[in-house]
Design a protein around this ligand. Structure first.
Ligand code: ADP
Ligand code: MG
Length: 294
């Protein structure tokens, strides 16, 4: 199959069919209409085989995750996802792999109304780069820099599950299906991120681990934080791991959770809880913002 046949078959009509796409896959550029009054939010991430996923990982999961990590970045700014572009580097054109990859990518794209509008296909070591594009009403993005002293710090979901799954896969021990799902099929918190626009003062998605990622909010906002370890939301297997080892590294420093961490004034915590309930996504207060240490 030629490169062009491959693109036509697997990537030409992928995801939602959006009215704001004047021209999608097939020409030298895509032509896209940003709605009036909106800012374009753009983020790019690369997943490399052997670094970000196991080379024998199910291609459906790779396709899902390649888009999910970008949608998680959009969620963390309060952006509405719209378009994606995809740079795919493949050692050989293995049809079954490409078919699985595009199916995983397409399912998540369709679920979030995202259209794949272009990309690039080249030969080389297996690697996937996805750029995502979303809309935010002008000036309303939730940045990392807005946290205020006395804000409540919250996280969505549970922490450390992906890290525990990765640990098991690396050690070659059995990994429960739900844990593996958390590593391979992270669900970006898009609805929650959108809902928290105008409510959260600062927000970030947890890709590298709570300690480091919250650290980015603290340095951008020039504040400090007090965390209550016992309030960290943990799934039963992660809680059991900590009870056995006394090691808090999974929820604090393991990456790949793709939950949201955000700050909210105490007076707006109830509003945030109501938004989370509407999104069927639990949020948990885990501490509070304090003045930066000198
Ligand atoms: P060019 O040589 O002008 O860069 P390409 O041959 O790379 O064009 O791509 C042809 C068309 O197919 C372009 O519209 C491009 O955006 C699209 N395309 C190429 N690879 C992909 C891909 N992996 N996913 C989506 N679109 C792709
Ligand atoms: Mg090209």
């Amino acid at each position: 199959m030629s490169e062009f046949d491959l693109i036509r078959r697997f990537f030409a009509d992928l995801g939602a069919a959006r009215a704001d796409v004047a021209l999608g896959v097939g020409d030298d550029c895509a032509l896209l209409n940003v709605p009036a009054g909106q800012q374009l939010a753009v983020s790019i991430d690369t997943l490399s085989a052997g670094v970000h996923f196991f080379p024998d990982c199910d291609p459906v999961a790779v396709g899902h995750k390649a888009l999910a990590v970008g949608l998680s970045d959009l969620a963390a700014m309060g952006a509405q996802p719209a378009w994606a572009t995809l740079a795919l580097t493949l050692p050989t054109a293995e049809l079954a792999w490409i078919e699985g990859f595009s199916a995983g990518f397409a399912a998540l794209a369709t679920a979030h109304g995202v259209q794949l509008v272009g990309g690039d296909t080249t030969r080389g070591a297996l690697s996937v780069t996805v750029q995502v594009h979303g809309f935010i009403p002008k000036g309303e993005a939730v940045r990392r820099s807005g946290a205020q002293v006395d804000d409540v710090i919250c996280v969505s979901g549970t922490l450390g599950d992906a890290g525990l799954a990765l640990r098991g896969l690396r050690a070659g021990t059995a990994v429960a299906a739900e844990l593996r799902q958390r590593l391979e099929y992270p669900m970006p918190r898009v609805a929650l991120g959108l809902g928290l626009r105008g409510v959260a003062t600062a927000m970030i998605d947890l890709s590298d681990g709570l300690a480091g990622d919250l650290g980015h909010i603290l340095s951008a906002s020039n504040v400090g934080a007090e965390l209550a370890l016992e309030q960290l939301p943990l799934s039963p297997p992660v809680a059991e791991f900590i009870a056995q080892t006394g090691d808090w590294a999974l929820p604090l420093a393991a990456g790949d959770d793709y939950e949201l961490c955000f700050c909210v004034p105490a007076a707006r915590l109830a509003a945030a809880q109501a938004i989370a309930a509407q999104c069927a996504c639990a949020i948990h207060p885990i501490g509070q913002i304090c003045a930066a240490a000198d």
